[in-house]
Each structure stands twice: as structure tokens, then as C-alpha cells.
Ligand binder design. Sequence first.
Ligand code: PLP
Length: 472
Amino acid sequence: MSEHDFVALTARAAEWIAAYRARLPGLPVLPVLQPGDVAAHIPAVPPEKGESADNVLADLDRLIVPGLTHWNHPGFLAYFSSSTTDAGIVAELLAAELNQNAMLWRTSPAGTELEERMIEWIRHFVGLPDGFEGVIQDTASTSSFVALIAARERAVPDVRRRGLAGREDLGPAAMYMSEQAHSSLEKAAIAAGLGLDHVHRIPVDQLLRMKPSALAAAIETDRRSDRTPVMVCATIGTTSSNAVDPVHEIAAICRDLDVWLHVDAAYAGPAAALPEKRAEFEGWDDADSIVLNPHKWMATPIDCSVLLYRDRDAVRRSLALTPEYLRSEEGGTDLMDVGLALGRRFRSLKLWFLFRSMGTGGLRDMLRWHIELADRAAAWLDADPRFDVVAPHPFSLVCFRARSPDGANPNDWNRRLMHAVNARGPVFLSHTAIGGRFTLRLAVGSARVTADAVGTACRLLGEEHDRLAGAG
Ligand code: PLP
């Protein structure tokens, strides 16, 4: 492709994006299809000869778009969103052209040092003290896994060489997290060789926050029976309901009992930048490590997860490994030493573009707007006798249930209501279980969300509730 053709193609791609954006609000958020429908239209083998970009772009519209769940749709109110701004899109395009792989300082001095600066910018934005350094990973799952590997190294200093299995000198290594913590921590325990049997799910109080006394008791019991406590994970903004563990108290326990404290603030972390939300983050600056995901509530296209840690050496000791062919002598930071992956994308570019296009003020405005929209939805649901808001909403997630008609099973009723609302097209809600009961979630957090979309969700909930009730 000539330079001229490339410029024309990227201009067409930009036009394609503009046209997609224009029709996006009119598309259903969820596609209507069955598993296998998309693959059925894509050949099982690649083409022998290259095709024109026109053909491929036409097939993007014909085959792919109808099979998309539109994460950038203003009505995407499910899970936690991952959305993007123009800055993020342009940064991704440029990152692909530059194709940096900052595994060693030498392989991308700018990629390495921009990443280090972006970690400082994030730390500054969310008000964490100087002692924290960090690294950008793909997802919170990877970030928490790396934290656990570092914590394991601190608790079992020879683990790198000897592993955990079959050791007569070592009881089982254990991890602690609330019943509400994210499943990625359990996956980390599987991958790090702790095993699910040694993940303690600490009970929660009525507000779904970890009970510190139960945590202390579990760690002390384990120590008495020769187990090795490795890591506690506290969550600020649980996935299910946005519960906030009492990190301040948990940090004191971890300090007294000498256990690594990891804080999972994958979704809620950016809200620490809001003075009025600081109370939710009390004590997090005592953590050994913290994860927050710009690709959740900070308008950054997936993937981008920030892992912050106090003890860089612990992370390096656990994972640094340099074969001869990767040895270098310049002395800069080699980011391959603080993660599992060797090759890594130029993710810092999108944070740099984001911060510089929105400024910290713009990001704070966005977070406040999302909180306001969630508060509005909660107020509407609270005021409507057909619905109950069932958990506090400190950030931008509202958990609620519909009241079911006499004789109907409340869980089935709420499930049917959610599917009925989602089938209407303009919005997408997801669910969780709270206290064993099926609960709907309305999560605001996309850079593309609108007041109209949130209002539509409330209206459709009411309409579908009445329709189902009428249908009996
Ligand atoms: N932690 C929390 C609190 C989450 O809500 C999620 C995902 O929603 C994760 C971790 C996992 O995030 P990721 O998809 O980046 O691995």
C-alpha cells in the first residue's frame, strides 16, 4: 500500500467511525443472534490472495457489526463499562504504528519512561503518596496476579526456586478476601499454586463489607496451624454491589500480623480523585499494592490496568529473570521485570492522550456526572413502589429489585424483567445475586453515557414491569 493509499484508508476508517457513531444510539445494545451465528459466515480458512480494503470494510458492516455488543453505546449500563474517547482512539492508532514493545528500557526508552510518568500521574490524580511505584498491565486479573506473586515471594522467600508443592517445611499458603471479592483473585490463587481450598472467603456485614474481626481470626488460626498467610485482598467498590471493605481496619490487621495487603479498586479507584469520595478510600495508602483500571471508569479503551506497589524490589524479586539474549547495560528500568509478560503494548500512550485532552478537571467532571446519573436512577427507583434499591450506591452502580406480583417467584420475576428490558434494545442491564436473591444492576461509567439513556432504562423497567404483570 502506498503512503497515499494508507492515508486514504485511515481517512475512510475515520469516516466509518463517524458513521458508526451516528447510528449507534439507534442500534440495539445487544445483538440478536445465537452462538455460532457469526462464525458461520466467516470462512474456515484464510484467503490465499489479499483482498481490497473496501471488501474488508464492507464485511465489517455486513458480518461483524450485527454480531457486536456495543460497549460504546450510550445505553450500555451492564457490568462495568469500558469506553473510550477520541483521545483513546487516536492513541491506539498511533500505538499500532509505533509498535513499541517496552520490555527493556533499550527496546523503548520513551515507552518505558512515559509509562513511569503515567504511573506518577495516576498516583497524583488519585491522591496516593510518593512511596507508590507501578506498572501498566492488561487487566486487573493480571495486576492482582502479579501482586499475589510478589506477596507470595515475601511470605515464602525461597518460593521462586522451590515452589509451593510437596514441601515438608511449609504448610499451605493462604489468601484472604471477602465473600464479595472478585473471582479474578481466586483465579490468581489457582495460577499461583495456592489452590482454592486455601482461599478464605471472609464473611461480610449487612452492607456486604468484610468483617475485620473475622479476618484477624482466620489469619491467627492459620498461623497456629502452620499455614502461611500470603495476602489479604480488600475491595473498594465490589463488582456485585460496590461495597467498600473497611480498608483502614484491615490495613491495621495486616500490619500487626505482617501480611501483604492488596486493594482491588479496579472499578472505583478513579473516584479517589474526588474530595467528596475520599472517605471511601480511607486506609488504602497503607496497602502494599493497589489495582485500578483506567479501562473501567476512566474512559480508556480496553486494555489498561494500573498496578501500584510500595515495594518494587519485592515485585522484581518475584518475577525478574534475564536470559543472556535480553541482557542490556544501559541501566534504565526494564518493565519486563515487574510482570509476567515479556512483550507489552504501548498502553501509556492512551493515558497520556487522555490526561492531556481531558485534564484532571475534565476527568473529575465525568466521574461526578456519572455519580449524579446513578443517583438520579436510584432516586427514581426508590420513589417507585414497583422497585426497591437494595444496596448503598457510593459510586455509580445501582443495585435494585422489582417487587414481584403475589404468587410469582421473585428471582424468576426479576430475571424475566431484565431479559424483557434488554430485549427492547436501547439499554443493557446486567445482574448479580445479593443475599442469594437475583438483583439487577444499573452501572453508569461509560464516557458515552447520556441522561437520556439512563432515563430510558428507568422508563423501560416500568413499562416491562407492567407488561409482565399484565401478562400474569
Ligand atoms: N476487580 C473488580 C472489582 C472488578 O469489578 C473486575 C471486573 O469487573 C475485576 C477485578 C477484573 O477486571 P479485568 O477484566 O480487568 O481483569
